[in-house]
Design a protein around this ligand. Structure first.
Ligand code: PMP
Length: 356
C-alpha cells in the first residue's frame, strides 16, 4: 500500500478465478453462461460496428434502452444502462442511499465493499437458519434495502408477495432488487414498477444473456429515479457503455428465441444437478439461479472444492462460518454437469475409503 491511498482499510471484492485458458478445465465458478452469445449478437458485432469505434458511444444508450423497454413493456425513460450491474449498483450505493444501506449478511459480496468504498453506513440482517430471507426482518429499517433475488450464493427466491410486503413496509424507503439470476425460474419485479415508485430493478446481461465479457446491464425504475441515476452516471462516466456493448446488448435483448432456449437448458441442467447431488447425500438449497449451493457429505466445502480442482473442475467456496460447509457450483452444459457428478462420485468414494 502506498502512503497516498485514502481508503486504507478498503478490502476489495475478490472475483472468482479467470484462468487464461479453459481448455482443460470445466469452469463452474463465476456463474457465466456456458453458451456463446447468440447468432444475432455475432451478426451485430461486425466490421462496420468496429469501424464506428472512432466515435464515442451513445451516452443515452438509446438502442439498448429501447430494446429493454420493448422486452418488458415499459417506456425507455424507465431504463438506464450500465457497464455491468456492478457499475449500476455502485452508482446506487453512492448516490441513492440517503439513510445508509441494508442487506442480508449472506449475499453478493460486493454490497459491503461498495458500502465501504462510498462511506455508506451498512446494516447486515442475518438470514434465517435455512438460508431464507424473512422480509419482516426489514420492517422499520430506514436504509436503502438491497436484495439479490434470487439471492447469491444460496439461490433462494423471494416471491412477488414478499417483494410487495418489502415495498409496502415503507413507501419512502428505496428497495433495490438485484435480479442477476431472475431469468432462471423467478418472476421479475419489473411488473411492480407501475405500482411502486420506491423500487429499482437491476438486471445483468452476464448470466442469462451470455455477455459477461461485454459488461452490459440495465436498471429499471420510475422516470424520476432513472433521471437521478443519469445524474450520477453523467457525473462519473457518460460513455459508460461502449458502442459494441450497446449493439450486443440490444441484439441479445431482441433475440427472444435464443434467450429462451439457453435459459430453459440451464434450468434443466440445474434440476438434474440438484437431484443427483441429493442422491449422493449433499444438502442442496432449492436454487432458482444458474448455480446450485451444495454441502457435501463427510467433508467441508473447502475440501470438496479442492478435490474438484484436482479433477479439473472450478467451483466457488465462501469461507464465512455460515457458508463454510457449502460450495457454489455454476450450471454449465448438461455434459459439464454429468462430468461434475461422475467426479463427485469418485471423490466421495476416495474420501470414504480413506476414512477406513
Ligand atoms: N449481482 C449479483 C447478485 C451477482 O452475483 C453478480 C455477478 N457477480 C453481479 C450483480 C454483477 O454482475 P455484472 O457486473 O457482471 O453485471
Amino acid at each position: 500500500m502506498s502512503r497516498f491511498l485514502k481508503l486504507k482499510s478498503l478490502v476489495p471484492y475478490t472475483p472468482g478465478e479467470q484462468p487464461r485458458s479453459t481448455d482443460r478445465l470445466i469452469k463452474l465458478n463465476t456463474n457465466e453462461s456456458p453458451f456463446p452469445p447468440g447468432p444475432e449478437v455475432i451478426k451485430a458485432l461486425n466490421a462496420g460496428a468496429v469501424s464506428m469505434l472512432r466515435l464515442y458511444s451513445d451516452p443515452t444508450c438509446a438502442m439498448l434502452r429501447e430494446a429493454a423497454a420493448d422486452f418488458y413493456g415499459i417506456s425507455p425513460d424507465m431504463v438506464c444502462a450500465g457497464n455491468g450491474s456492478d457499475e449500476l449498483l455502485a452508482l446506487i450505493f453512492h448516490g441513492l442511499t440517503p439513510n445508509g444501506a441494508v442487506f442480508p449478511d449472506i449475499t453478493y459480496g460486493f454490497y459491503p465493499v461498495f458500502s465501504d468504498m462510498f462511506g455508506v453506513s451498512a446494516k447486515e440482517i442475518p438470514i434465517r437458519e435455512d438460508f431464507s430471507i424473512d422480509v419482516e426482518d426489514y420492517r422499520g429499517e430506514k436504509g436503502t434495502v438491497v436484495i439479490a433475488n434470487p439471492n447469491a450464493p444460496t439461490g433462494l427466491y423471494l416471491d412477488e408477495g414478499k417483494v410487495r410486503r418489502l415495498l409496502e413496509q415503507d413507501r419512502d424507503r428505496l428497495v433495490v432488487m438485484d435480479e442477476a439470476y431472475i431469468d432462471f425460474g423467478g418472476k421479475s419485479s419489473v411488473g411492480l414498477l407501475g405500482e411502486y415508485d420506491n423500487l429499482i430493478v437491476v438486471q445483468t446481461f452476464s448470466k442469462s444473456r451470455q455477455l459477461a465479457g461485454e459488461r452490459v446491464a440495465i436498471a429499471m425504475s420510475s422516470p424520476e429515479i432513472i433521471a437521478d441515476l443519469n445524474t450520477l452516471r453523467f457525473s462519473f462516466n457518460p460513455y459508460n457503455v461502449d458502442s459494441l456493448a450497446i449493439l450486443a446488448g440490444s441484439a441479445a435483448m431482441r433475440d427472444r428465441e435464443y434467450f429462451e432456449k439457453c435459459r430453459l437448458e440451464i434450468i434443466r441442467s440445474r434440476e438434474y444437478t440438484i437431484e443427483k447431488l441429493r442422491e449422493l447425500g449433499f444438502n442442496v438449497t432449492d436454487s432458482l439461479a444458474n448455480f446450485v449451493f451444495a454441502a457435501p457429505p463427510g467433508m467441508s466445502g473447502g475440501e470438496y472444492m479442492r478435490a474438484l480442482r484436482q479433477e479439473g473442475i472450478l467451483v466457488r467456496h465462501f469461507d464465512k462460518a455460515k457458508t463454510d460447509a457449502y460450495v457454489r457450483i455454476s450450471i454449465g452444459t448438461f455434459e459439464d454437469m454429468q462430468t461434475l457428478i461422475e467426479k463427485t462420485e469418485k471423490i466421495l468414494k476416495t474420501a470414504r475409503s480413506d476414512a477406513f
